[in-house]
Design a protein around this ligand. Structure first.
Ligand SMILES: CC(C)(COP(=O)(O)OP(=O)(O)OC[C@H]1O[C@@H](n2cnc3c(N)ncnc32)[C@H](O)[C@@H]1OP(=O)(O)O)[C@@H](O)C(=O)NCCC(=O)NCCS
Length: 168
C-alpha cells in the first residue's frame, strides 16, 4: 500500500498564492473580516511580500501569514496578520512556525517591532507582550487587551503611543 506522507514546505509569499490565501482567510474569518480594525490598516497599503509566508502541503497552500509595514506611534514596525491555517491542518504547529518565521524575517530587515491584534494565550508564548492599555489608536474599534507586540529595538513600549497606520 502507498501511504502519502505530509510534505510541509514554508515559502515566501508571491502572487501565485493569492487565490488560495483568499480562500483560507474567508474560511478562517468569514465575510466580517474586512471590518476588523487591523484589516482597515491593511486596506491603507500593500503588505510586504518579502515578510509574508505560506505553508504548502504537497504543493497545496494550506496556511498563510501576512505582514504590513506600519508606523505605530513613533515606532516603525510591522503588523502581523491575517494568520490562518486550514482546519484540516490545525494543531500541528504550523501557525506557530509561520509566526516565528515572519517575526525573524522582520527582525533581520530591521523592523522595530511586530504588532498584532490577537489572543494573548496563543501569542504570549511566541514572544508577544501586551501594549499599554489603550496607548495605540487603531482606525476602528479594538479590544485593548488584545493589542500585542514583539519589541525589537530599544524603548519600543514608550514609543507605542498614538495612531497606528500603514507606512511606506
Ligand atoms: C489560530 C490558528 C492560526 C492556530 O494555528 P495552528 O497551526 O492550528 O496552531 P499551532 O498548531 O501552532 O498551535 C496550536 C496550539 O495553539 C492553541 N490555540 C489555538 N488557537 C488558540 C487561541 N485562540 N488561544 C489560545 N490558544 C490557541 C491550540 O489549542 C494548540 O494548543 P496545544 O499546542 O497546547 O495543543 C488557527 O487555528 C486558525 O487559523 N484559526 C482561525 C483564524 C484565527 O483565529 N487566526 C488568528 C487571528 S488572531
Amino acid at each position: 500500500m502507498f501511504m502519502k506522507k505530509h510534505d510541509l514546505v514554508y515559502l515566501t509569499e508571491d502572487a501565485s498564492h493569492d487565490a488560495a490565501i483568499e480562500i483560507i482567510n474567508e474560511e478562517a474569518f468569514g465575510p466580517g473580516r474586512f471590518a476588523r480594525a487591523a484589516a482597515r490598516i491593511r486596506e491603507q497599503g500593500p503588505h510586504d511580500l518579502s515578510l509574508s509566508f505560506v505553508c504548502t502541503d504537497d504543493g497545496e497552500t494550506i496556511a498563510s501569514v501576512r505582514m504590513t509595514p506600519v508606523l505605530a506611534g513613533s515606532i516603525k514596525g510591522h503588523l502581523l496578520g491575517p494568520l490562518a491555517v486550514r482546519p484540516s491542518h490545525k494543531n500541528r504547529g504550523i501557525g506557530r512556525e509561520l509566526v516565528r518565521i515572519a517575526v525573524e524575517a522582520a527582525r533581520r530587515k530591521g523592523s522595530e517591532c511586530v504588532i498584532l491584534v490577537g489572543d494573548p494565550p496563543y501569542y504570549q508564548p511566541l514572544g508577544f507582550e501586551k501594549v499599554a492599555y489603550g496607548a495605540l489608536t487603531f482606525p476602528g474599534p479594538v479590544d485593548p487587551n488584545r493589542v500585542l507586540v514583539v519589541p525589537m529595538a530599544d524603548n519600543v513600549h514608550a514609543g507605542l503611543k498614538g495612531d497606528i497606520h500603514w507606512r511606506e
